[in-house]
Design a protein around this ligand. Sequence first.
Ligand code: ADP
Ligand code: ASP
Ligand code: MG
Length: 409
Amino acid sequence: MKILTMKFGGTSVADIDRIRAVRDIISDEVKDGWNVVAVVSAMSKETNKLIDLAKQAGVESLVDPEYDSLISTGEDVSSSLLAIALNSIEISARSWRGWQLPVRTDSFHSNSKIEEIETIKLINSFKEGLKVGVVSGFQGIERAGRITTLGRGGSDTSAVAIAAAINAVRCDIYTDVSGIYTTDPRIKRNASKLKKISFEEMLEMASLGANVLQTRAVELAMRHKVPITVLNSFSKEEGTLVCDEEEIMEKNIVSGIAFQKNESQLTLTNVEDKPGVAAKIFGPLASSGVNIDMIVQSNTETGLTNITFSCPVDDLDVAKKAISKAKEDNQISYERLIDNKNLAKVSIVGIGMKTHAGVAQKMFETLSEENININVISTSEIKLSVLIERKYLELAVRSLHDAFGLQNL
Ligand code: ADP
Ligand code: ASP
Ligand code: MG
């Protein structure tokens, strides 16, 4: 049995016309002899509407099971509509909710992790002649039987996890752009489409803000060696293959630029410079669920130090509360707590950076020519990130894109 997993995002199933277009894309694959597992997102903007309704109704916590039970329903509408559309052209299809397969997850509501997926019902149905199993993405069920969701953009992860569990030959992710570009094509019109990108680079790009694929989906694909192709449901074009580094002949020094728009930083001044202080600061932040990103410590000669860290703007208030409480409880001491909410992070990513020197210098020179000040820097083997003022974000992305010649890849 030849099984193919296909995922269609929100804009690809935004209305009945779009659902018919998706139906036809699937129908072509069925005609080529494939059994298809089609994973769908909610129709465009539906999840946002549901989140807004939950807030209006007074939801207090995102880890509330009722919140997941509500925000997962968008996917139920699109999966049933797609199954109806397929059946209407004599392609046998049926829909499954996440809990019906089931997709088993942990119970961390609103950001659950998949633990196991049962595929037996899909396989048996294919054996009995079903051509397309349509699965609501984004959803799972936890041990106590409550519905869970996989975090924003989680249908990508549903699709890759099902592809791995069912041993699908490939996983095609259909979206509203024609593949992975050197940067978000909505910011830089002449961004180049990459033919291939390594799992490693895509993982960095996704975690650094390129939300074309959910980070966890890339992690799973890398672990289970599921080749992902990112394609456009609006136009028939060759997409981008996300694959092992060995399959890429021409390795770019820099393959892409990713960015996160809403970053903030917090500085604690005149912290005592002695062993254990960092643990006392970052412990309470971790327990409060704050997503710490970059950290800088600058020592002075007086035995005191300044510690700066960055986190998403949405986490800043929680971070400030956790730090102030640690001071009140005499766990830490500092003079001032200074925040800056107007930051953004820009990152350049490329496997070629492992072997080429001078990339950092070129990045810093380019930003300095545009008079863009760098607040914090962080690096890994294949990426370099800087925190800058948000108002310079687009300028930084565009000038770095030009400086590294990414329009000509
Ligand atoms: P879907 O609803 O299909 O899951 P998303 O909105 O989650 O779609 O992801 C697609 C979007 O990702 C594109 O519209 C594009 O603006 C954005 N994006 C960000 N970075 C990139 C990139 N490097 N290449 C392609 N798209 C990108
Ligand atoms: N509908 C969910 C969201 O908007 C999941 C997804 O689209 O992948 O985040
Ligand atoms: Mg998405």
